[in-house]
Ligand binder design. Structure first.
Ligand code: PEP
Length: 220
């Protein structure tokens, strides 16, 4: 069971207050060093495919490794929605990071319109088609309509999507989308849900701790 906290472009909590948790944190770049120093499993929120070069605003796998960072998110829907991330660039980022020895959490998920039009499986199939199985690759199912909205997939909806994803790529799949202390146990109890990617609730030490504790209570 993996619980990962995505701090997005927020400064986030004191990493030392999270030291006892069995969790991954994805802070903004400026806090990577603090999180590594606190002994946390630390992932970046994005990573470029080249080791270095004229790519202003990007960061490369060797640069993250030099800091002691263990992995990176790729393909978060906010990257796809606001920064032109495509399936192709997600694939390049994932492959380069994995080849360099980083772990990767690759995010997939449909928008509200795509779900309403019955296109969820088609979208997931397309997003997954560019990824290949790898021992250090984990997927995150993050329905875009549930991210930061307070709406969440029901445990049954999450289970159905995760089973579909695993039928294409048999890898651990985290659920993400408004996971909170009061809905975490129900989502994490689903057999195809292998953990959670938590945004807003990971910014608060108490709520993130409560989610990690809910995960620890799920029999493995
Ligand atoms: C996320 O940013 O990956 C996320 C799931 O956010 P939230 O938990 O706030 O919906």
């Amino acid at each position: 069971m993996i619980i990962a906290g995505n701090w997005k472009m927020f400064r986030g909590p004191d990493p030392y207050a999270l030291q006892e948790l069995d969790a991954v944190v994805c802070p903004p770049y400026t806090r990577l060093r603090d999180c590594v120093d606190a002994g946390l499993a630390t992932y970046a929120q994005n990573v470029h495919w080249e080791p270095e070069g004229p790519y202003t605003g990007e960061i490369s796998p060797p640069m993250l490794l030099e800091l002691g960072v263990a992995g990176s998110l790729v393909g978060h829907s906010e990257r796809r929605q606001y920064f032109g991330e495509t399936d192709d660039t997600v694939a390049k980022r994932a492959r380069a990071a994995l080849d360099a020895g980083l772990r990767v959490i690759a995010c997939v998920g449909e928008t509200r319109g795509e779900r309403e039009r019955g296109e969820t499986e088609e979208v997931l199939r397309r997003q997954l088609s560019v990824l290949e199985p790898h021992p250090s690759l984990v997927l995150a199912y993050e329905p875009v309509w549930a991210i930061g909205t307070g709406l969440t997939a029901t445990p049954e909806m999450a289970e159905e999507a995760h089973e579909f994803i695993k039928s294409i790529l048999d890898l651990p799949v985290l659920y993400g989308g408004s996971v909170k202390p009061d809905n975490a146990a129900g989502l994490l109890a689903q057999s195809a849900v292998d953990g959670a990617l938590v945004g807003g609730a990971s910014l608060d030490v108490d709520s993130f701790t409560a989610i990690c504790q809910a995960a620890a209570r799920i029999p493995s």
